[in-house]
Design a protein around this ligand. Structure first.
Ligand code: EPZ
Length: 432
């Protein structure tokens, strides 16, 4: 178990390159399991969730070959099983995409129930209802958290989601790609990574229309030839995290290789608070003009193009460093304020009432030893520690490495004093 040690209080200055999107590549690696030839993925982020997902695919029989740190060749033609039941399945959430992918590939899928960050209930009922509508049925009982689905055949269907779900939208897209007939998803999620998974599948030979809108039509095809090279989109959440890190340290940072329109939900709010955000074709520069006072505001998380829940903890750090009282309304997850006691340990003034956090601005945080209660909460702790004079420790830092490529190197490149240390124990750790 390792921690991050941060001597904060230094404005971040310089340039950061944004890596490929975690949540896009995880869906795309699963999608690679249902095509009929090899593919090459470029701009693959070097993060632990990706390594786990690739191991899982290898355990199914797929051949994985790293061409370089960010380029992976995947050949699924020798997949020999429809069972994904190893302990790795429970280590990440995105393993649930193997249900849709294996159903599409062989009409059968056996999966251990997925893991991932813990912020309340994370059911997969929408996925299962949609698979059922497509003709899949459960085989046997769900025992020891292992579920088996079988479809003979898998047929296109009309699928309506009463909650907008990223995972269910991608999973149904995967299954429907090779189903007989047409699937229409209504009230689909519209996140950039939904579009990226659809673009990947179309490049491999699928027929998916409407990704990025709330109605997606998937015309099933019998074969996806593959044999294509595809580059993953930049990570919206990594970019947003560094925008916030630059802002709370009173820095001046230019982020490269991102898609500025994906950042609009955050850029708009940061401008409203008083920050200067300058967009280029694939860059964003963040800084604060001298003498500008940063004012608090209200945020509400919601599915894209709304404000992303995966930037909620980091945005709360931003609100802590503003004036007045602000509100953060978490509208996606039932319990995503678990990190608040950690920020309070650093002096934050936050009161949570159900899904709303009331944040009263403070002049500065106090250094402390805090825990990364989950991936994005950990990123928020990094932002707060960078903004704080003195030495802070963030325990459970491996959670941060699930989704942030080379975070230490990237932050050091803009002047941060951050290092990885072993053996720090936080008496308050409750989820490590
Ligand atoms: C994805 O999770 C992301 N994970 C999450 O990012 C992200 O927070 C979330 O989408 C929302 O944007 C991956 O892409 C691997 P959902 P997912 O299905 O797909 C309810 C991060 O930090 N729901 O869109 O699991 C659910 O309870 C991670 O990178 C059901 O009720 O989220 C939630 O309230 C954490 N039944 C809402 O829908 C279902 O069957 C949205 O969840 C499925 C979801």
């Amino acid at each position: 178990m390792y921690s991050y040690k941060i001597n904060g209080g230094k404005p971040l200055k310089g340039d950061i390159n944004i890596s490929g999107s975690k949540n896009a590549v995880l869906g795309i690696i699963a999608a690679a399991m249902l095509i009929d030839g090899p593919c090459v993925l470029e701009n693959v982020p070097d993060i632990s969730d990706v390594r786990i997902m690739l191991n899982l695919c290898e355990s199914l029989g797929a051949e994985i070959e790293y061409k370089d740190e960010h380029t992976v060749r995947i050949d699924p033609t020798k997949i020999k099983t429809h069972e994904a039941v190893s302990a790795d399945v429970s280590r990440i959430r995105a393993s649930y995409y193997l249900l849709g992918a294996l159903l599409a590939r062989s009409g059968k899928a056996t999966l251990r129930l997925p893991g991932g960050c813990d912020f309340g209930q994370r059911p997969i009922d929408l996925h299962l209802k949609a698979f059922r509508a497509m003709g899949a049925r459960s085989v046997g009982k769900t025992t020891n958290g292992i579920i088996t689905l079988k479809a003979d055949p898998l047929r296109g269907a009309k699928v309506f989601f009463d909650i907008v779900s990223v995972g269910a939208t991608i999973n149904v897209m995967l299954a429907a790609t090779k189903a007989e007939g047409t699937t229409i998803i209504t009230n689909a999620a519209k996140e950039p990574h939904i579009v990226d998974v659809a673009n990947f599948l179309n490049a491999m030979g699928a027929r998916i229309k409407g990704a990025g809108t709330d109605t997606i039509r998937i015309y099933g095809v019998p074969v996806l030839p593959g044999n294509f090279t595809y580059s993953i989109i930049p990570d919206q959440i990594e970019a947003g995290t560094y925008m916030i890190a630059a802002a709370v340290t009173d820095g001046d940072v230019t982020l490269h290789n991102l898609i500025p329109t994906h950042m609009e939900p955050l850029s708009a709010k940061m401008r409203e608070m008083g920050y200067t955000i300058i967009e280029g074709d694939d860059t964003i520069r963040v800084f604060k003009e001298e003498d500008v006072e940063i004012e608090g505001t209200n945020f509400k998380t919601s599915p894209y193009p709304g404000f992303p829940t995966d930037l909620q903890p980091q945005a709360v750090v931003l609100l802590c460093k503003s004036t007045g009282i602000s509100k953060m309304h978490e509208n996606v997850w039932e319990n995503r304020f678990q990190y608040v006691p950690e920020l309070q340990r650093m002096g934050a003034n936050i009161n949570c009432i159900e899904r709303v956090a009331l944040v009263t601005g403070i002049k500065h945080f106090d250094p402390a030893t805090v825990t990364a209660t989950d991936l994005r909460a950990g990123a928020a702790m990094v932002c707060a520690a960078l903004a704080t004079e003195g030495t802070s420790y963030i325990t459970g830092a491996s959670k941060i490495d699930r989704g942030y490529e080379h975070i230490i190197t990237k932050l050091r490149g803009v002047g941060a004093d951050i290092e990885r240390v072993e053996g720090i124990v936080n008496m308050n750790d409750y989820d490590t």
